[in-house]
Design a protein around this ligand. Sequence first.
Ligand code: BT5
Length: 335
Amino acid sequence: MNETRHRVLDALADGPVSGPTLADELGISRSAVWKHVEALRDAGFEVTSGEDGYTLSAVPEFGGPAVEYGLDAPYTVEYHDSIPSTNARARELAAEGAENVVVLADEQTGGRGRLDREWASPSGGIWLSLLFRPDVPMAHAPVFTLAAAVAVARAAREAGVEATIKWPNDVLVSVASEGTSSGEDDDVVVTVGDEGEERKLVGILTEMEGEADRVSWVVVGIGVNANVDLASLPSAANPTSLEAVRGAPVDRRVFAQRLVETFDELSQDVDSVLDAWREYATTLGKEVRVETPGGVVEGTAVDVQFPGSLVVDTGDGQVTVSAGDCEHLRPVADD
Ligand code: BT5
């Protein structure tokens, strides 16, 4: 949204305000005011015109202008009803020199996870990518994945969903399990949390480009199963959604705004990220099995280290893992 339209919108929100007054205040013609009001109506804003002038009476439920409206972070929002992948689009924008853009979509037709895995992205989700250009070396970039996990966990908690973080990039919800079958012996392991079964609510994919000593751009892609039909997600992945956990749809506009605002705060103050991450982490203290590019590491996850490595106590010393797929292990109790 351009700056004048923003100012028109703000004035309408404080309205009623008459067309001539608005024209004077903004130094534009009355017909320009009228055009901005019409464009806002086209974007889904409800603007009533009464005797005292125009008043903003409703904000659209979701979309670019809706998320930009009242957003307390220096990002513009590019919205698509449907797009192959918001990360792919953000990379394109990066190549064109853009920065501080959120690419947001209701549906993705070619959503991607790590290692080119598919990410199911039906309509009703919050599929977004933040493009920004931090002044940090490439090696620090993993901290932004952790910051995204914290931001999304916090937004979920504000929406009444007790989300936790699994290293490095999953946000989960523990749901009461329907009873676990006991194994033949103590070695049988299943991936369950302390309070029940862990289900994946969010996935995060960070991509970047630059020279060793300086990042050129970072794209943090965040996929939130907000109000999606669980039947359209791969059941093997044990997914859940905000709607399923809350029992009611979530306000995606507010959720996306809180997510972007918290991410922006954390990304400007990376020293605060690790403590915030520890607060929500479910991985620390757990027995884990991490498949890393260099082999499998098993042991107790004891801490996280800047810029986002997991410290695992293997019983034979501590190993620091900077990337990999992590599984939470717990022996099944015999009964
Ligand atoms: C991730 O990968 O978890 C990162 C996902 C990032 C998606 C966002 S959406 C916005 C932006 N645009 C994109 O194109 N991508 C980003 P990974 O850890 O590799 O997990 C992928 C695995 O999760 C898949 O192999 C499935 O098993 C499972 N999965 C796929 N879709 C899912 C969903 N909607 N909910 C839960 N699990 C899912």
